[in-house]
Ligand binder design. Sequence first.
Ligand code: AHG
Ligand code: MN
Ligand code: MN
Length: 330
Amino acid sequence: MEDSRIALPIGTALDRFIKRKQDEFQYASGELSQLLRDIALSGKVVNREINKAGLINIAGPIGTENIQGEEQQKLDVLANIRFTRALTKGGEAAALISEEDEDVTDLNNNGKYVIAIDPLDGSSNIDVNVSIGTIFSVYRRKSPIGTPITKEDVLQKGSEQVAAGYLLYGSSTMLVYTTGHGVNGFTFEASLGEYFLSHPDMCIPKNGKMYSINEGSYNSFPQPVKDYVEHCKSSNLSGRYIGSLVADFHRNLLKGGIYIYPQTASSPNGKLRLMYECNALAFIAEQAGGKASTGIERILDIEPKEYHQRVPLFIGSTNMVEKAESFFKS
Ligand code: AHG
Ligand code: MN
Ligand code: MN
Protein backbone atom coordinates (compact mmCIF):
# COMPACT_ATOMS: atom_id res chain seq x y z
CA MET A 1 0.00 0.00 0.00
CA GLU A 2 1.33 3.46 -0.93
CA ASP A 3 1.63 6.09 1.84
CA SER A 4 -1.23 8.58 1.34
CA ARG A 5 0.69 11.34 3.19
CA ILE A 6 3.36 11.65 0.51
CA ALA A 7 2.23 14.28 -2.03
CA LEU A 8 1.79 12.95 -5.53
CA PRO A 9 3.59 14.85 -8.29
CA ILE A 10 2.04 16.78 -11.15
CA GLY A 11 1.37 14.34 -13.97
CA THR A 12 0.06 11.55 -11.72
CA ALA A 13 -2.80 9.75 -13.46
CA LEU A 14 -6.25 10.19 -11.89
CA ASP A 15 -6.70 6.46 -11.25
CA ARG A 16 -3.49 6.24 -9.27
CA PHE A 17 -4.35 9.43 -7.37
CA ILE A 18 -7.81 8.13 -6.41
CA LYS A 19 -6.37 4.82 -5.24
CA ARG A 20 -3.70 6.53 -3.11
CA LYS A 21 -6.24 8.88 -1.53
CA GLN A 22 -8.75 6.16 -0.77
CA ASP A 23 -7.60 5.55 2.79
CA GLU A 24 -8.02 9.25 3.70
CA PHE A 25 -11.72 8.62 3.40
CA GLN A 26 -13.67 7.66 6.49
CA TYR A 27 -15.51 4.76 4.87
CA ALA A 28 -12.66 3.59 2.64
CA SER A 29 -14.18 0.60 0.93
CA GLY A 30 -13.46 1.55 -2.64
CA GLU A 31 -17.02 2.40 -3.65
CA LEU A 32 -16.53 6.15 -3.53
CA SER A 33 -13.36 5.72 -5.58
CA GLN A 34 -15.30 3.75 -8.16
CA LEU A 35 -18.05 6.38 -8.20
CA LEU A 36 -15.50 9.09 -8.94
CA ARG A 37 -14.07 6.95 -11.74
CA ASP A 38 -17.57 6.49 -13.20
CA ILE A 39 -18.14 10.25 -13.17
CA ALA A 40 -14.72 10.90 -14.71
CA LEU A 41 -15.45 8.39 -17.45
CA SER A 42 -18.86 9.91 -18.25
CA GLY A 43 -17.07 13.26 -18.40
CA LYS A 44 -14.87 11.88 -21.18
CA VAL A 45 -17.93 10.76 -23.11
CA VAL A 46 -19.71 14.09 -22.69
CA ASN A 47 -16.50 15.91 -23.61
CA ARG A 48 -16.42 13.95 -26.87
CA GLU A 49 -20.04 14.84 -27.66
CA ILE A 50 -19.45 18.52 -26.89
CA ASN A 51 -16.43 18.62 -29.17
CA LYS A 52 -18.62 17.41 -32.02
CA ALA A 53 -21.30 20.09 -31.50
CA GLY A 54 -21.59 22.11 -34.68
CA LEU A 55 -20.43 19.22 -36.86
CA ILE A 56 -23.37 16.99 -36.17
CA ASN A 57 -26.85 18.00 -35.21
CA ILE A 58 -26.53 18.04 -31.43
CA ALA A 59 -26.36 21.76 -30.68
CA GLY A 60 -29.44 23.90 -30.20
CA PRO A 61 -32.71 23.53 -28.33
CA ILE A 62 -34.58 20.25 -28.28
CA GLY A 63 -38.02 21.92 -28.11
CA THR A 64 -38.81 20.88 -24.53
CA GLU A 65 -38.51 22.54 -21.13
CA ASN A 66 -37.12 21.07 -17.91
CA ILE A 67 -39.09 21.02 -14.66
CA GLN A 68 -37.98 24.58 -13.97
CA GLY A 69 -39.44 25.89 -17.22
CA GLU A 70 -36.03 26.35 -18.83
CA GLU A 71 -35.52 25.47 -22.48
CA GLN A 72 -33.58 22.18 -22.72
CA GLN A 73 -30.68 21.95 -25.13
CA LYS A 74 -29.98 18.68 -26.90
CA LEU A 75 -26.68 18.40 -25.05
CA ASP A 76 -28.41 18.97 -21.66
CA VAL A 77 -30.50 15.91 -22.33
CA LEU A 78 -27.63 13.90 -23.79
CA ALA A 79 -25.31 14.68 -20.86
CA ASN A 80 -28.07 13.75 -18.41
CA ILE A 81 -28.48 10.38 -20.14
CA ARG A 82 -24.71 9.72 -20.17
CA PHE A 83 -24.20 10.40 -16.46
CA THR A 84 -27.36 8.53 -15.42
CA ARG A 85 -26.37 5.51 -17.48
CA ALA A 86 -22.81 5.38 -16.14
CA LEU A 87 -23.99 5.70 -12.55
CA THR A 88 -26.64 3.01 -13.08
CA LYS A 89 -24.06 0.60 -14.49
CA GLY A 90 -21.55 1.42 -11.75
CA GLY A 91 -23.95 0.32 -8.99
CA GLU A 92 -22.41 2.44 -6.21
CA ALA A 93 -25.15 5.08 -6.33
CA ALA A 94 -28.59 4.29 -4.93
CA ALA A 95 -30.26 7.30 -6.50
CA LEU A 96 -29.66 10.46 -8.45
CA ILE A 97 -31.33 13.85 -8.65
CA SER A 98 -30.67 16.00 -11.66
CA GLU A 99 -31.46 19.53 -12.75
CA GLU A 100 -33.01 17.97 -15.84
CA ASP A 101 -35.34 15.49 -14.09
CA GLU A 102 -38.48 16.27 -12.14
CA ASP A 103 -38.07 13.55 -9.55
CA VAL A 104 -35.49 11.21 -8.02
CA THR A 105 -34.13 8.48 -10.29
CA ASP A 106 -33.66 5.22 -8.38
CA LEU A 107 -30.49 3.45 -9.51
CA ASN A 108 -29.50 0.58 -7.22
CA ASN A 109 -31.11 -0.10 -3.85
CA ASN A 110 -27.88 -1.67 -2.67
CA GLY A 111 -25.84 1.44 -3.47
CA LYS A 112 -24.48 3.54 -0.59
CA TYR A 113 -24.48 6.95 -2.24
CA VAL A 114 -26.86 9.59 -3.55
CA ILE A 115 -25.78 11.92 -6.35
CA ALA A 116 -27.01 15.42 -7.22
CA ILE A 117 -25.96 16.64 -10.64
CA ASP A 118 -26.16 19.54 -13.06
CA PRO A 119 -25.21 17.48 -16.14
CA LEU A 120 -24.51 20.50 -18.28
CA ASP A 121 -23.96 23.92 -16.78
CA GLY A 122 -23.91 27.06 -18.89
CA SER A 123 -25.86 25.36 -21.64
CA SER A 124 -26.75 28.63 -23.35
CA ASN A 125 -23.04 28.80 -24.23
CA ILE A 126 -22.97 25.48 -26.17
CA ASP A 127 -23.94 26.98 -29.50
CA VAL A 128 -21.27 29.68 -29.32
CA ASN A 129 -18.31 27.49 -28.41
CA VAL A 130 -17.82 28.94 -24.94
CA SER A 131 -16.77 26.87 -21.90
CA ILE A 132 -19.44 24.79 -20.19
CA GLY A 133 -19.32 22.26 -17.37
CA THR A 134 -20.83 19.51 -15.21
CA ILE A 135 -21.31 19.87 -11.44
CA PHE A 136 -21.84 16.99 -9.00
CA SER A 137 -22.34 16.29 -5.29
CA VAL A 138 -22.06 12.94 -3.53
CA TYR A 139 -23.86 12.12 -0.26
CA ARG A 140 -24.02 8.93 1.79
CA ARG A 141 -27.55 7.64 2.03
CA LYS A 142 -29.13 7.73 5.50
CA SER A 143 -31.54 4.80 5.14
CA PRO A 144 -30.28 1.21 5.39
CA ILE A 145 -28.81 -0.33 2.27
CA GLY A 146 -31.32 -2.44 0.38
CA THR A 147 -34.35 -0.36 1.41
CA PRO A 148 -36.10 2.16 -0.87
CA ILE A 149 -34.53 5.61 -1.06
CA THR A 150 -36.29 8.26 1.03
CA LYS A 151 -36.56 12.03 0.73
CA GLU A 152 -34.19 12.37 3.73
CA ASP A 153 -31.53 10.44 1.80
CA VAL A 154 -31.68 13.02 -0.94
CA LEU A 155 -32.45 16.30 0.83
CA GLN A 156 -29.25 16.56 2.85
CA LYS A 157 -27.40 19.74 3.78
CA GLY A 158 -24.30 20.62 1.78
CA SER A 159 -22.19 20.04 4.88
CA GLU A 160 -23.09 16.33 4.57
CA GLN A 161 -21.39 15.97 1.18
CA VAL A 162 -18.67 13.31 1.09
CA ALA A 163 -17.39 14.44 -2.29
CA ALA A 164 -18.11 17.12 -4.87
CA GLY A 165 -16.59 18.28 -8.08
CA TYR A 166 -16.96 19.67 -11.54
CA LEU A 167 -15.86 19.00 -15.06
CA LEU A 168 -14.94 22.03 -17.09
CA TYR A 169 -15.10 21.63 -20.86
CA GLY A 170 -12.88 24.58 -21.70
CA SER A 171 -9.76 25.25 -23.74
CA SER A 172 -8.74 22.05 -22.01
CA THR A 173 -11.07 19.70 -20.18
CA MET A 174 -10.56 19.47 -16.44
CA LEU A 175 -11.89 17.53 -13.49
CA VAL A 176 -11.69 19.32 -10.15
CA TYR A 177 -12.89 17.53 -7.02
CA THR A 178 -12.72 17.26 -3.26
CA THR A 179 -13.47 14.49 -0.79
CA GLY A 180 -13.04 16.90 2.11
CA HIS A 181 -9.22 16.80 2.12
CA GLY A 182 -8.38 19.75 -0.08
CA VAL A 183 -9.09 20.30 -3.76
CA ASN A 184 -7.21 18.80 -6.69
CA GLY A 185 -7.49 19.51 -10.40
CA PHE A 186 -6.80 17.10 -13.27
CA THR A 187 -6.40 17.92 -16.94
CA PHE A 188 -7.71 15.53 -19.58
CA GLU A 189 -5.14 14.51 -22.17
CA ALA A 190 -7.35 13.46 -25.07
CA SER A 191 -4.76 11.53 -27.08
CA LEU A 192 -4.04 9.31 -24.05
CA GLY A 193 -7.68 9.32 -22.90
CA GLU A 194 -6.60 9.96 -19.31
CA TYR A 195 -6.79 12.73 -16.70
CA PHE A 196 -3.51 13.79 -15.07
CA LEU A 197 -2.95 15.80 -11.90
CA SER A 198 -2.22 19.37 -13.04
CA HIS A 199 -3.43 21.51 -10.12
CA PRO A 200 -2.53 19.84 -6.78
CA ASP A 201 -3.94 21.24 -3.54
CA MET A 202 -5.77 24.20 -5.04
CA CYS A 203 -6.09 27.30 -2.83
CA ILE A 204 -8.13 30.36 -3.67
CA PRO A 205 -6.42 33.71 -2.93
CA LYS A 206 -7.98 35.54 0.05
CA ASN A 207 -8.50 38.60 -2.15
CA GLY A 208 -9.05 38.92 -5.86
CA LYS A 209 -9.18 41.52 -8.58
CA MET A 210 -12.30 40.21 -10.32
CA TYR A 211 -16.03 40.28 -9.68
CA SER A 212 -18.47 38.21 -11.71
CA ILE A 213 -22.14 39.15 -11.83
CA ASN A 214 -24.72 39.68 -14.57
CA GLU A 215 -24.85 43.47 -14.30
CA GLY A 216 -27.63 43.59 -16.89
CA SER A 217 -29.97 42.87 -13.98
CA TYR A 218 -28.47 45.67 -11.82
CA ASN A 219 -31.73 47.61 -11.54
CA SER A 220 -33.44 44.71 -9.81
CA PHE A 221 -30.60 43.79 -7.44
CA PRO A 222 -31.27 44.25 -3.69
CA GLN A 223 -29.66 47.43 -2.33
CA PRO A 224 -26.77 45.60 -0.53
CA VAL A 225 -25.79 43.96 -3.84
CA LYS A 226 -25.93 47.31 -5.67
CA ASP A 227 -23.74 48.77 -2.91
CA TYR A 228 -21.23 45.93 -3.22
CA VAL A 229 -21.06 46.28 -7.02
CA GLU A 230 -20.39 50.02 -6.56
CA HIS A 231 -17.69 49.12 -4.03
CA CYS A 232 -16.07 46.76 -6.61
CA LYS A 233 -16.10 49.51 -9.24
CA SER A 234 -14.63 52.13 -6.96
CA SER A 235 -11.94 49.60 -5.98
CA ASN A 236 -11.00 49.28 -9.68
CA LEU A 237 -11.79 45.58 -9.86
CA SER A 238 -12.26 43.96 -13.26
CA GLY A 239 -15.68 42.66 -14.25
CA ARG A 240 -15.57 39.13 -15.70
CA TYR A 241 -18.77 37.22 -16.50
CA ILE A 242 -18.87 34.25 -18.83
CA GLY A 243 -22.40 33.11 -17.98
CA SER A 244 -21.16 29.57 -17.26
CA LEU A 245 -20.98 29.21 -13.51
CA VAL A 246 -18.35 26.46 -13.65
CA ALA A 247 -16.06 28.53 -15.85
CA ASP A 248 -16.53 31.73 -13.85
CA PHE A 249 -15.97 29.84 -10.61
CA HIS A 250 -12.89 28.05 -11.92
CA ARG A 251 -11.25 31.27 -13.06
CA ASN A 252 -11.92 32.91 -9.70
CA LEU A 253 -10.61 29.81 -7.87
CA LEU A 254 -7.30 30.13 -9.68
CA LYS A 255 -6.96 33.92 -9.77
CA GLY A 256 -9.05 35.12 -6.82
CA GLY A 257 -12.43 36.76 -7.20
CA ILE A 258 -16.09 36.64 -6.32
CA TYR A 259 -19.04 35.24 -8.26
CA ILE A 260 -22.50 36.53 -7.38
CA TYR A 261 -25.95 35.46 -8.54
CA PRO A 262 -28.29 37.48 -6.33
CA GLN A 263 -32.05 37.78 -6.04
CA THR A 264 -33.50 39.63 -9.05
CA ALA A 265 -36.99 40.65 -10.16
CA SER A 266 -37.29 37.61 -12.42
CA SER A 267 -35.56 35.23 -9.95
CA PRO A 268 -36.64 36.30 -6.45
CA ASN A 269 -34.57 33.51 -4.81
CA GLY A 270 -31.68 33.81 -7.24
CA LYS A 271 -31.36 31.54 -10.25
CA LEU A 272 -28.90 28.90 -9.13
CA ARG A 273 -29.96 25.63 -7.62
CA LEU A 274 -28.85 24.68 -4.12
CA MET A 275 -28.68 20.92 -4.75
CA TYR A 276 -27.16 20.85 -8.24
CA GLU A 277 -24.87 23.88 -8.31
CA CYS A 278 -24.37 25.80 -5.07
CA ASN A 279 -23.61 23.01 -2.58
CA ALA A 280 -20.92 21.36 -4.68
CA LEU A 281 -19.12 24.60 -5.46
CA ALA A 282 -19.49 25.81 -1.86
CA PHE A 283 -17.81 22.60 -0.62
CA ILE A 284 -14.97 23.08 -3.11
CA ALA A 285 -14.64 26.80 -2.28
CA GLU A 286 -14.36 26.09 1.45
CA GLN A 287 -11.93 23.23 0.89
CA ALA A 288 -9.79 25.64 -1.13
CA GLY A 289 -9.87 28.21 1.69
CA GLY A 290 -12.69 30.33 0.25
CA LYS A 291 -16.26 31.03 1.26
CA ALA A 292 -19.82 30.64 -0.03
CA SER A 293 -22.99 32.23 1.31
CA THR A 294 -26.38 33.61 0.36
CA GLY A 295 -25.11 37.01 1.51
CA ILE A 296 -26.55 36.17 4.92
CA GLU A 297 -26.22 32.43 5.53
CA ARG A 298 -23.50 29.83 4.84
CA ILE A 299 -24.57 27.77 1.81
CA LEU A 300 -23.49 24.45 3.36
CA ASP A 301 -25.77 25.05 6.40
CA ILE A 302 -29.00 25.44 4.42
CA GLU A 303 -31.62 22.75 5.15
CA PRO A 304 -32.96 21.90 1.70
CA LYS A 305 -36.73 21.83 1.37
CA GLU A 306 -37.06 20.65 -2.23
CA TYR A 307 -34.89 19.18 -4.95
CA HIS A 308 -35.01 22.16 -7.29
CA GLN A 309 -34.69 24.87 -4.63
CA ARG A 310 -32.91 28.07 -5.67
CA VAL A 311 -30.75 30.29 -3.48
CA PRO A 312 -28.73 33.48 -3.97
CA LEU A 313 -25.00 32.73 -4.25
CA PHE A 314 -21.93 34.73 -3.22
CA ILE A 315 -18.85 32.57 -3.66
CA GLY A 316 -15.09 32.88 -3.95
CA SER A 317 -12.28 34.67 -2.14
CA THR A 318 -13.00 34.87 1.59
CA ASN A 319 -12.34 38.58 2.07
CA MET A 320 -14.51 39.48 -0.93
CA VAL A 321 -17.46 37.32 0.19
CA GLU A 322 -17.18 38.77 3.69
CA LYS A 323 -17.11 42.30 2.30
CA ALA A 324 -20.27 41.58 0.27
CA GLU A 325 -21.94 40.13 3.38
CA SER A 326 -21.08 43.29 5.34
CA PHE A 327 -23.43 45.30 3.09
CA PHE A 328 -26.30 43.02 4.13
CA LYS A 329 -25.49 43.65 7.78
CA SER A 330 -25.29 47.45 7.53
P1 AHG B 1 -27.65 25.92 -16.54
O1 AHG B 1 -27.11 26.01 -17.94
O2 AHG B 1 -27.24 24.67 -15.82
O3 AHG B 1 -29.14 26.18 -16.48
O4 AHG B 1 -26.98 27.06 -15.65
C1 AHG B 1 -26.87 28.36 -16.15
C2 AHG B 1 -26.49 29.25 -15.01
C3 AHG B 1 -25.01 29.41 -14.76
O5 AHG B 1 -24.17 28.56 -15.41
C4 AHG B 1 -24.73 30.83 -15.19
O6 AHG B 1 -23.76 31.41 -14.38
C5 AHG B 1 -26.04 31.50 -15.09
O7 AHG B 1 -27.00 30.52 -15.30
C6 AHG B 1 -26.19 32.59 -16.10
O8 AHG B 1 -27.44 33.18 -15.94
P2 AHG B 1 -27.74 34.62 -16.56
O9 AHG B 1 -27.78 34.43 -18.04
O10 AHG B 1 -29.07 34.97 -15.97
O11 AHG B 1 -26.65 35.55 -16.12
MN1 MN C 1 -26.12 25.17 -14.15
MN1 MN D 1 -27.61 22.64 -16.47
